[in-house]
Ligand binder design. Structure first.
Ligand SMILES: [Ca+2]
Ligand SMILES: [Ca+2]
Ligand SMILES: [Ca+2]
Ligand SMILES: [Ca+2]
Length: 410
């Protein structure tokens, strides 16, 4: 929380950066005459005028109650997104502007999937290959060696081979490093399994260097990396690669030293996982934890940094998990048709910051997607309705948010 930001001159006139809530007046109450005191003042430089941020209310408004009034608080609602980013829009359409609305409690949007015309051979895994602004997909898992196991999808829908890696015949899940990786893993680095117990493969951002195995987890019977690889973006796990295995082990791997430490042994097949930012107002008891789906048991597991585990029955069989990020499109593998489906960033906008869960077996006519919502007292999985104009969904495999476009989805 910064007490003041860009407009240091105004901040200094108003009593300096250390000063907090007492600065309510229009200049008179604090004994200073501010030459530009007006409806256009913007003490914290976030683009939202002081008058809108409640600077002149008595007492001045402090939405998150941290002692820093909204007019000087770069994140007035303490939801991890700056006021400058959230602004006065109302993404969830509940009548409360984003910058003082920490949770999306309006109804989820009707989601409209567009089928991407490019066909694939048994796609499974998908992630954003940020260094090339494209999507990377794992393919050919049923047939193995010929041809390669990874393809990038270009904007026009054409495929480009990514690396010479081939030979995988089992479900191939993948995770990439993005520029928000706190450990500094080169952007575009790809991690996957190789079908051998406990082994993880690393592929360089250009696809030219394949390290196989990159890590072989200590001890035997770890399980396979199928469904559960994720590069930490929160920093809570140091930017490590987090893996959950088919035998229910959860590990974190330091990308620099390759040191692997086991966080938990849950003992059930884990599917998709993410690390959740530490934002209690938005994520409640899941804040700062790893969450992983256990599809067969119908449970969501939460694992904290010390390895304590909690399970939640949300009434759905969780296949994959993702976070809705601003200005990124949604992409998912519709396994039955071997096609990719997409939804635009604009369509996803009312859910920015939310956790979304996918269920593999999709009830006909539904989206198969759920919003995992903390309402301040309880967690619930809320079905995201399907737009009648949407293409239908058969069976979800992996999904991702990505700052990439593909022909139909830009
Ligand atoms: Ca402001
Ligand atoms: Ca505040
Ligand atoms: Ca905020
Ligand atoms: Ca709102």
């Amino acid at each position: 929380m910064r007490l003041c930001t860009g407009l240091t001159l105004l901040a200094a006139l108003a009593g300096g950066c250390k000063r907090s809530a007492s600065n309510n007046g229009d200049g008179g109450s604090d004994g200073l005459v501010l030459p530009s005191d007006s409806a256009f003042d913007d003490l914290d430089g976030d683009g939202i005028p002081d008058v809108t941020e409640g600077r002149y209310d008595m007492p001045s408004r402090d939405t998150d109650g941290d002692g820093v009034p909204d007019a000087k608080d770069s994140d007035s609602d303490d939801d991890g997104m700056t006021d400058a980013m959230e602004g006065l829009d109302d993404w969830d359409k509940d009548g409360v502007p984003n910058y003082i609305d920490p949770r999306n409690d309006g109804p989820p949007p009707m989601i409209k999937f567009v089928g991407i015309s490019t066909p694939f051979n048994t796609p499974i895994g998908i992630d954003f290959h940020e260094n090339t602004t494209s999507l990377v997909v794992s393919v050919n898992y049923g047939t193995g060696g010929v041809p390669q196991n990874f393809e990038r999808i270009l904007l026009d829908g054409m495929h480009a081979q990514f690396s010479t890696y081939s030979g995988l015949t089992d479900e191939v899940k993948i995770a990439t490093a993005r520029s928000n990786n706190p450990a500094g893993i080169p952007v575009g680095t790809l991690f996957t399994g190789n079908g051998i117990d406990g082994q993880i493969v690393k592929i360089s951002p250009e696809g030219t260097v394949i390290t196989n195995p990159w890590v072989d987890l200590p001890m035997a019977d770890n399980g396979l990396m199928r469904g559960s690889l994720y590069v930490d973006r929160t920093g809570i796990y140091g930017g490590d690669l987090i893996v959950g295995t088919t035998l229910g082990e959860v590990w974190r791997i330091n990308p620099t030293t390759t040191a692997a430490s086991r966080i938990a042994a849950i003992g059930v097949h884990l599917e998709g996982l993410i690390t959740v930012p530490n934002i209690p107002v938005r994520y409640g008891p899941l804040s700062g934890k790893i969450i992983a789906g256990a599809e067969a048991e119908g449970l969501l597991w939460a694992i904290d940094v010390q390895g304590n585990t909690t399970s939640y029955n949300l009434g759905i069989a969780v296949e994959d998990i993702d976070l809705v990020t601003p200005k990124e499109n949604f992409f998912g593998i519709n396994y039955g048709t071997s096609r990719l489906l997409g939804a635009t960033a604009k369509n996803m906008e009312p859910m920015i910051g939310d956790i979304i869960l996918t269920q593999e077996n999709v009830t006909p006519g539904t989206s198969g997607l759920f919003r995992l919502q903390w309402n301040g007292t309880a967690l619930q999985a809320v079905a995201i309705p399907l737009d009648p104009a949407s293409i239908t969904v058969g069976q979800w495999e992996h999904v991702t948010m990505a700052g990439a476009g593909v022909g139909e989805i830009q």
